[in-house]
Design a protein. Structure first.
Length: 288
């Protein structure tokens, strides 16, 4: 890297005085360091752009699913026709006076769309969900630097993902039970319940991570905000999926594994996106 040999005139090679001339001056080395820093900054900006794209894509996908399901349910309700006022006045009476024939018809309709007792429909759903759930690995690979800097955050991923499954499972069971009884389960009701649960669980998660988890303050904020988003989303999806499945005549019993798969991928994505945001923008702006 350094050596250039110059011999004095008239002397054999190796006998004359040796002069060592540097190939890289201090100015050129500083230029190389500046180029490396610029390349690193461009790479960091590229990762930020991909982060924004992935976050926007996932948020758009979840929003589109909710809006599409709401549209289908609204369209189905309008197709029923009739006076909505008189229908609401007599709804409780109709459900309370179901005769044996109506009950048998309801059971026959439920049995016609049940598929959990069949092997291939059950296996097909699980295979598709397993492939979809593998997207979590792609998300984690994309946020390798975040995990390397905050390894303690990985220990809370199972808590947050499990929270989404638990909240969504409660709403789902309640909705399926009401559907079986012929009752309505408004999504707005479960969203309000999810908000109340989030306001209770979010401070608890913050204290757990800060006092007993040894987690930095930016990651504690990440966990706390992620609890709010995951809880409200899970409560809404837990109510929406059984209604949507019944509307398209797909077994509502399959809604539980679908919900669990969606909340796994969604929960990990939310935690990683929020973690990068709070770490690089709020807590340490110099990294951005």
């Amino acid at each position: 890297m350094w050596v250039r040999e110059i011999c004095q005139p008239g002397l054999p090679i190796g006998v004359g005085a040796m002069q060592v001339t540097p190939l890289f001056t201090e100015e050129s080395l500083q230029g190389l360091r500046g180029s490396a820093a610029l390349a690193s900054e461009r790479s960091e900006l590229g990762r930020s752009d991909r982060t924004i794209f992935i976050g926007g894509f996932l948020a758009g996908l979840i929003t589109a699913c909710i809006l599409f399901g709401s549209y289908l349910m609204f369209k189905a309700q309008r197709a029923k026709g009739g006076d909505s006022t008189s229908e609401s006045c007599t709804l409780n009476h109709i459900y309370g006076q179901l005769d044996a024939a109506a009950a048998q018809a309801l059971d026959a309709d439920a049995e016609s769309i049940e598929s959990l007792q069949c092997f291939w429909p059950r296996a097909g759903v699980l295979m598709v969900l397993m492939l979809i759930q593998s997207l979590s690995q792609v998300v984690l690979l994309h946020y390798t630097h975040l995990i390397d800097e905050h390894p303690s955050l990985v220990g809370f991923l199972t808590m947050l993902v499990g929270l989404g499954g638990n909240v969504g499972g409660q709403s789902l069971v309640l909705t399926v039970r009401r559907i079986a009884k012929g009752e309505d389960s408004p999504i707005t009701e479960q969203l309000r319940t999810g908000l109340c649960l989030a306001l209770l669980l979010s401070p608890l998660a913050f204290l757990r991570a800060n006092l007993f988890g040894g987690v930095k303050i930016d990651m504690c904020i990440t966990i706390s905000v992620a609890v709010i988003i995951i809880t409200i989303s899970a409560a809404g999806l837990g109510t929406l999926l059984p209604k949507l499945f019944q509307l398209i005549r797909f077994d509502p019993g399959q809604a539980e594994p679908v919900l669990q798969c969606m909340m796994d991928v969604f929960g990990i994505s939310v935690v990683c996106i929020l973690g990068r945001f709070f770490d690089h923008v709020i807590y340490d702006p110099s990294k951005h």
